[in-house]
Unconditional design. Sequence first.
Length: 185
Amino acid sequence: MNMNPHEDVAEVLVTAEEIARRTEELARTLERDYAGRPLKMVCILKGAVPFAADLMRAMNHPVALDFMAVSSYGASTKSSGVVRLLNDLDESIEGQDVLIVEDIVDTGLTLKYLRENLSARGPRSLRVAVLLDKRERRLVDVEVEYVGFRIPDRFVVGYGLDYAGFYRNLPYVGVLKPSVYEEAP
Ligand code: PRP
């Protein structure tokens, strides 16, 4: 691992400027769609932190924030759809307009679980916003109302997405150099 994370990046797929522009567009759409209704954003830890932070600040709208952490049991069991709730929301969402904010939808298993789990708590409405959609990897049908960018099936890091816990702080979405994986223990 390089001490300058930018030097580990082989290619930038979505630039910081593209993310900022799309986030503004999504913010305007959300303001219109939730006109007259305060919004409860549920940020899914950890990857969605940068997107949720920028999206909420782009909105001229009453936005409340809560967090949830979930984890799949790892690659081998992912297809089983088993998702574990690691940290629950602090507050009830009953009767509220809730927007789940995620960094990426891949197989769709995490969002399917989240939609089912949260809709059982009686929100007034429940929708999903994701920055990145890797549609060709989808295993289950799950509705995603707001999508930032569709991306190809490549392992991406940055703007919340990690490799071995790092690279989340890159301001863009990119692909790592093969040498980074070769160094892995
Ligand atoms: C990532 C991402 C989604 C999930 C998407 O989380 O943030 O929650 O995977 O994959 P799926 O559509 O195949 O379910 P990850 O488990 O990497 O956790 P993190 O956000 O803490 O990095």
